[in-house]
Design a protein around this ligand. Structure first.
Ligand code: ATP
Ligand code: MG
Length: 453
């Protein structure tokens, strides 16, 4: 990656970090206007012709420079939201905390953001609000492009590309950092993390996504600012966790979250169980993320329900065991534990019902998949959540849980024809009956321990 950037990046690097605007023109970087999405190009053109400054900014400039495919093309401009709206017939202003304009082209939307300032001055109703701890709750003070660059999160995310003359405008030495593969917060890290604790997660996410190192001045305050994540609203934190775990670099991101104590504030019920590096919880979560990364790489579907089912399973299982010890039946113990663990997680990351319902089904099926004699197996295979529950059995076994060969049995069952399925189910029925009677005789009536629990 480094070679590729350096080859194109011809200008000598500044020997020290410079301040102010540096402009890199044609031949000094690897971008060209054809790389830019047509609609984003049109938006820039219309804004510039109307006399405003306009640039492509953020993740897409970064990704194009590195040779990755950008997710979307964002535009930053000196035009105010209502001025943008006036220029484009199919556009609307959205957001309150942070107003932006969505310009629609067919099914595609180009996000247009007005330059904002990080200044604490207030002006009219477009002001900036902070809590006592310094967290920003409203951020609508408009500013210059320089000010806009300085309020962004990372230097590599603050490059402005003008396709009209193929120039990159760099106010924070972001190009040097891309070249050196460094993730660096813009400004004073401590203050910037306090303003918006989600930036802690963004540092980890982009370091993992790009394979860059976190600069030490950025990394140092992360651990002791981690607790600020408790101030982030649960719905926003839920959305951010999806970006963390479903970006294709879930495992690397997870490792950085654990390293910087951030994970404690994402799934607090699991975090203490990860202290044992060789323990099953650590293996289960790592393996779930390895599997998710693989699925994303091969364009297979991934669902937050499965990931959260894995993240919370060790805690559910532990609590369920406690309830069983207190004399509750396994299904009741599991259901009660599942309910409680979810209730505890919602105030941290607000998992929507459309995911908690399938999570509970995946967990419930962990018990049902064991009881597979007679006609049960066939009915289970037809259960809408069977595939996820079966994958979950395999995951548990990969993590080192002993389920008595349950995954292998279900793999064989699915591959078998009708007749063989019948035989397999009958065999399970027979062995369920046989050993139980014998065990009961030996252990004085008490049922044998269930390896799948
Ligand atoms: P991705 O590829 O994930 O979309 P991105 O860099 O485009 O990466 P977005 O979340 O789409 O990330 O944000 C767009 C830009 O807005 C970022 O590049 C960054 O400049 C700025 N930004 C986003 N979130 C923050 C934040 N919490 N604090 C400061 N700036 C931010
Ligand atoms: Mg983006």
């Amino acid at each position: 990656m480094l070679d590729r950037i350096s080859r194109f990046f011809k200008r000598d690097k500044a020997s020290h970090r410079s301040t102010g605007r540096r402009v890199f023109g044609d031949g000094e970087h690897s971008l060209s206007p054809e790389m830019i999405n047509r609609d984003a190009f049109k938006v820039i053109d219309v804004l510039q012709k109307a006399g405003f400054e306009a640039y492509i900014v953020g993740g897409c400039v970064r990704d194009l420079l590195i040779g990755l495919k950008p997710k979307d093309f964002d535009v930053a401009t000196s035009a105010k939201p209502w001025e943008v709206k006036e220029l484009f017939r199919r556009s609307r202003i959205i957001g309150r905390r942070f107003q932006i304009v969505h310009v629609q082209f067919g099914r595609e939307i180009i996000e247009v953001t007005t330059f904002r300032s990080n200044s604490s001055q207030t002006s009219g109703k477009n002001h900036r609000q902070q809590t006592d701890s310094g967290m920003l709750t409203r951020d609508n003070v408009f500013g210059s492009v320089e000010e806009d660059a300085s309020r962004r999160d990372l230097t590599v995310n603050a490059l402005y590309y003008d396709p009209s003359d193929n120039s990159i405008h760099d106010f924070t030495n972001g190009l040097d950092d891309i070249d050196d593969q460094i993730i660096r917060i813009i400004g004073d890290p401590e203050t910037r993390f306090r303003e918006d604790p989600v930036r802690l997660l963004r540092v980890a996410r982009f370091a993992a996504k790009l394979g860059f190192n976190i600069d030490s001045d950025t990394a140092n305050p992360m651990k002791h600012r981690a607790a600020d994540l408790q101030q982030v609203s649960p719905p926003r934190l839920f959305d951010e966790t999806l970006k963390l775990f479903m970006s294709g670099q879930g495992l690397d991101t997870f490792k950085l979250l654990v390293e910087h104590n951030l994970f404690d504030y994402i799934v607090p019920q699991l975090a203490p169980m990860l202290n044992d590096q060789q323990g099953i919880p650590m293996k289960l979560v790592s393996q779930a993320l390895i599997n998710t990364d693989k699925r994303i790489e091969t364009s297979q579907r991934v669902t937050p329900a499965f990931i959260y089912a894995a993240l919370l399973w060790p805690a559910v299982q532990r609590l369920a065991r406690n309830y069983e010890k207190n004399g509750n039946s396994p299904p009741y113990a599991l259901s009660k534990a599942a309910g409680e663990i979810i209730v505890n997680q919602i105030p941290v990351t607000a998992i929507p019902k459309r995911f908690t319902i399938p999570m509970r089904e995946i967990w419930d099926l962990q018990l049902h998949l064991r009881r597979r004699g007679g006609t049960r197996a066939q009915r289970l295979v037809e259960h809408p959540r069977f595939r996820a529950a079966y994958d979950f059995v395999l995951l548990r076994e990969q993590a080192g849980e002993d389920l008595g060969g349950l995954g292998e049995w279900w793999t064989a069952y699915q591959q078998a024809d009708h007749e063989n399925r019948q035989t397999m189910a009958d065999e399970v029925m027979a062995s369920d009956r046989g050993p139980k009677k014998r065990r009961r005789r030996r252990s004085g009536g008490k049922p044998a321990a269930d390896p799948a629990r």
